[in-house]
Design a protein around this ligand. Structure first.
Ligand code: ADP
Ligand code: MG
Length: 458
């Protein structure tokens, strides 16, 4: 039941509420109209039967105490010929002896001198009969005149009256349905616009939905929705702040710890102890890296829009600024680090786009064997494009979606990463509405990651 209500459309609901009663009313009105029309048509045509009756009565004479009809066949013919209906008559004495006419109808008992009208069947056809009992002028005898008429005219008239009464009502029902249909459609237009507005929103857009365009009846829904959006934004904000604070708080003691371990390593100690301290240093570096990555992620998450400082950027400048810091690491691993840099303009946050580039280069160098190559490329297409390509171990096709998840690392990946690098890249790409694609370089080995920024508009 609740399912059918939830699924029923407003249009269908209103139309069924409207159509049911309207058709009911129409049915009642039609039955009423039918009876009124039949009564009035019957009365009028009944009265018309009195004329030939009158004419007949004036031509009855008494001969030898027996009544006879004295009328020429021509007169009779003209009296009982009608364009639509067949007419029959019969004249009988009071005691039922028929002395003229083509009808063979029983004589109604207890006739008064007022005409009596009733329905009967003659030769298998429905007829209307008029009967009258009159006293002949020159005798004490009574004669009963009966005239029967088929119902063609009456039926025709009845249908005409019915059509005149019901057709406009039917038209009105039809018009009401059409008006309601279009009215609802029009009334729902603002809702459809609202729906499209909300559907077009990105995950990051938690601004309140505008209330003023919505119909009054829907406004409470929008108000509630906005309240919810507000709460959601506040909750996300709080979470983000917590993550950022926690990561930030962790960084300082970790940096201190790292320095202490480095200092300790410089002093004399047994080889065993030195090995332990070296492991401690690696673990500390890893923890510091994790804290840094978490901080970056917090800044790149949806809802952190207000923390961003968007500006005109050129990928070429951003890459040139960091070339130096990567050359050292590439050299130690004997990796041929190449740059193919052309101006590529975009609208973005310099810190975040810098993080995106750094994470991609870091991965490329990390997951490429000694003696391999890493190429960093940027150029202008419809928007700015960044490509980081290597001939390293590559990412299997089945893993290309998974590696974007937080804390996910391909099994057996070398190094001590925490699995946040590509998640950060993806968040930053989303923030900039950029498209992120992981493929294989043309010669078929390694990894090629392409970030396609949108056309610069602002
Ligand atoms: N250039 C690359 N070549 C091969 N594998 C890669 C490359 N970049 C990322 N990966 C794979 O994707 C996983 C996730 O990467 P990332 O999110 O940066 O985490 P991390 O580097 O900390 O492991 C890595 O563990 C690695 O297996
Ligand atoms: Mg990484």
């Amino acid at each position: 039941m609740s399912r059918s209500i939830a699924q029923s459309s407003l249009k269908r609901l209103l139309l069924s509420w409207l159509l049911g009663p309207l058709l009911g009313l129409l049915a009642v009105a039609s039955v009423g109209a039918f009876y009124i029309a039949r009564t009035s048509a019957t009365d009028a045509y009944d009265r018309a039967l009195l004329d030939p009756m009158q004419a007949l009565s004036q031509h009855i004479e008494t001969v030898n105490n027996q009544p006879i009809l004295k009328m020429s066949p021509e007169s009779l013919h003209s009296l009982f010929t009608d364009a639509y209906d067949s007419l029959y008559y019969q004249l009988a004495t009071d005691n039922g002896h028929i002395f003229a006419g083509s009808l063979r109808l029983p004589v109604p008992p207890r006739l008064s001198t007022k005409p009596l009208f009733y329905n009967a069947i003659v030769n298998g056809r429905n007829v209307r009969v008029a009967a009258l009992r009159i006293q002949l002028d020159d005798s004490p005898n009574y004669v009963v005149i009966q005239i029967a008429e088929t119902l063609t005219k009456r039926d025709h008239n009845l249908y005409e009256i019915l059509a005149i009464m019901i057709a406009p009502a039917l038209l009105m029902v039809l018009a009401a349905v059409i008006l309601v249909w279009f009215g609802i459609n029009r009334g729902l237009t603002p809702l459809q616009k609202l729906q499209a507005d909300i559907a077009a929103r990105s995950l990051r857009d938690l601004r309140p939905v505008p209330e003023n365009h919505a119909p009054e009846e829907v406004r409470p829904v929008i108000v509630s929705l906005n309240t919810l959006l507000n709460k959601l934004a506040a909750a996300i904000d709080g979470q983000q702040r917590f993550l950022a604070n926690a990561a930030h708080q962790l960084r300082t003691p970790l940096a201190g710890l790292q320095t202490q371990v480095e200092v300790a390593l410089r002093s004399d100690m047994s080889d065993d102890l030195r090995a332990t301290f070296k492991q401690l240093l690696v673990a500390t570096q890893r923890a510091a890296h994790l804290a840094n990555q978490l901080l970056t992620l917090a800044r790149a998450e949806p809802g952190a829009l207000h923390l961003m400082s968007m500006q005109h950027l050129d990928l070429a400048n951003l890459i040139e600024d960091v070339i130096g810091q990567w050359l050292g690491r590439a050299n130690t691993k004997h990796i041929d680090l190449g740059f193919e840099i052309a101006s590529a303009k975009l609208w973005g946050d310099p810190l975040l786009v810098g993080e995106l580039i750094a994470n991609l280069i870091d991965n490329a160098i990390r997951y490429t064997r000694e003696g391999g190559y890493v190429t960093i490329r940027c150029y202008q297409d419809t928007g700015a494009v960044l490509e980081v390509e290597d001939n390293g171990i590559g990412i299997p096709e089945s893993q290309r979606e998974k590696v974007l998840e937080r804390f996910y690392r391909v099994d057996g990946s070398p190094g001590n990463g925490c699995g946040l690098g590509l998640a950060i890249v993806q968040e930053i790409a989303k923030l900039h509405e950029a498209e992120l694609v992981i493929t294989t370089p043309e010669h078929g080995r390694g990894t090629r990651i392409i970030v396609h920024f949108p056309q610069q508009t602002a």
